[in-house]
Design a protein around this ligand. Structure first.
Ligand code: HAM
Length: 426
């Protein structure tokens, strides 16, 4: 073993995890594509200022967790590895003039992200999100569409008891009033709050609802609820979202103190939670409306809504419930040969089988045929083709333990393909 290890919090994903990841990601793409979302792939790094402005200068994601890259020369812009997708999608929306396309612009990506967080179960420094964004529609209908889509995805992978914890975090009209009553509520315990929470009380009291500190957590229980301080527009939006969701069959749990860790949210905010899970691990995803973000990033006032679901946590939940898919099975057909000189032909036959849609590999070794067969059996192959010294082929059915007389190539290859198909190898 070399002395090198993967950096703390950055993991190698091997089988059986790798198959479960790929499966969860493929389901994500297809769920969104089937609903009319267009693929987008974004760079892994952006201007640091984009994240600072979009996510908020006081959020943990920016103050503690951003991976900032070294500046390479005086004229280059400071870059950071992306800690989330939304800011980059909005940057791309503006950069490529997507405003002139039919609105809302519906986009989907599956992306690797980086947060310099304290690694623990379900929390990594590199992780993957399934992210959906719909930009350019202020109506409650698109909120309902997006929340239903995320719920349906989680149910489709097997997490049927998923709950949507929903709140409204208001808008610039009603938020200042709520912040005043919230600050007043926490002011009663100001001297007992941790120094970090005292700063939050000054700068952004909403963050106190998200604090992990004992005093803030205890006092948050009796905190005023945002829903009781919403302006008429936000209240009507919230009512319509809840009513629509009840018709779609999504399980909504009222979460009057849910605030998200990113600053751009307005109106609808939610998390996809697995009941009964401890701590962060149960938070499979979250999202919300961000009606001020496009403007904040230099564009015209444009509403938006979206979510991100953590693929790592989805895989963890599936594995803990015994629902993770089986790893990719090894090739159904193995092509062996008696003579060392037949390796090229073995490879050509395996390739021909794959082109016909049957998984196959050649044994490329010069080992004795007995050893080649042992390894095919170990690999749980369904059939073995043996290249005989005269170039004819024999077909061995491993389940039946039978071997046919050598025959011509086309005939044996097609019989092997048939055997693989009937025995469910494909
Ligand atoms: P977020 O709540 O920061 O939202 O992250 C969404 C999900 O990503 C979490 O619920 C979790 O499953 C996963 N996640 C976050 N951090 C980690 C980590 N360190 N390790 C493993 N998984 C993690 C956002 O990122 C928003 N951009 C979502 C959004 C999209 N809002 C509107 N559009």
């Amino acid at each position: 073993m070399s002395g090198f290890q993967s950096p703390r919090g950055l993991r190698d994903i091997r089988e059986p995890d790798a198959s479960a990841f790929a499966w969860a990601e493929e389901h994500a793409w297809s769920a969104a594509l089937a609903a009319g979302y267009a693929r987008i792939q974004l760079p892994v790094a952006e201007d640091s200022a984009l994240f600072e402005r979009a996510i908020g200068g006081t959020s943990d994601v920016v103050t503690k967790e951003l991976y900032r890259l070294a500046v390479r020369s005086e004229e280059s812009t400071p870059l950071a590895l992306r800690p989330e997708v939304t800011a980059g999608v909005v940057r791309a929306y503006l950069q490529h003039g997507m405003r002139s396309e039919p609105q809302p612009v519906r986009l989907v990506t599956v992306a690797e992200l980086f947060r310099h967080d304290r690694p623990q179960k379900g929390r990594y420094r590199q992780f993957t999100q399934f992210d959906i964004e719909a930009i350019g529609d202020a109506g409650s209908g698109i909120d309902i569409e997006v929340i239903e889509l995320g719920t349906a995805y989680l149910r489709s992978v097997g997490l049927r008891d998923i709950e949507v914890h929903l709140n409204s975090v208001g808008c610039p009209t009603c938020r200042p009033g709520y912040l005043v009553v919230l600050a007043k509520h926490f002011a009663a315990v100001a001297d007992r709050l941790s120094p970090v929470d005292q700063a939050r009380l000054e700068e952004n009291p909403l963050r106190l609802l998200d604090s992990k500190d004992e005093v803030a957590v205890a006092h948050a229980k009796g905190a005023p609820r945002f829903v009781e301080h919403l302006c008429a527009d936000c209240a009507e939006h919230d009512r319509a979202v809840r009513e629509g969701l009840s018709i779609t069959g999504v399980t909504v749990v009222d979460a009057p103190h849910l605030v998200r860790g990113l600053d751009y949210y307005t109106k609808t905010a939610w998390e996809f939670l697995l009941p009964g899970e401890q701590g962060q691990q149960g938070a499979l995803g979250g999202g919300g409306r961000y009606d001020g973000l496009v403007e904040l990033l230099g564009g015209p006032a444009t509403p938006g809504v979206g979510f991100a679901i953590g693929i790592d946590r989805v895989v963890l939940a599936l594995q803990e419930r015994g629902l993770a898919p089986a790893p990719q099975r090894p090739p159904a057909v193995v092509v062996c040969g008696i003579e060392p000189g037949s390796v090229g032909m073995r490879i050509a036959i395996a390739s021909e089988l794959r082109a016909a849609g049957v998984s196959a590999r050649a044994d490329v070794s010069t080992r004795k045929i007995g050893k080649q067969l042992e390894s095919a059996v170990r690999d749980t192959a369904i059939a073995v083709i043996i290249v005989e010294p005269d170039g004819s082929l024999s077909l061995r059915d491993l389940a039946a333990g039978s071997q046919a007389e050598p025959g011509a190539r086309a005939m044996v290859v097609s019989a092997a393909a048939q055997l693989a198909r009937t025995q469910g190898g494909q």
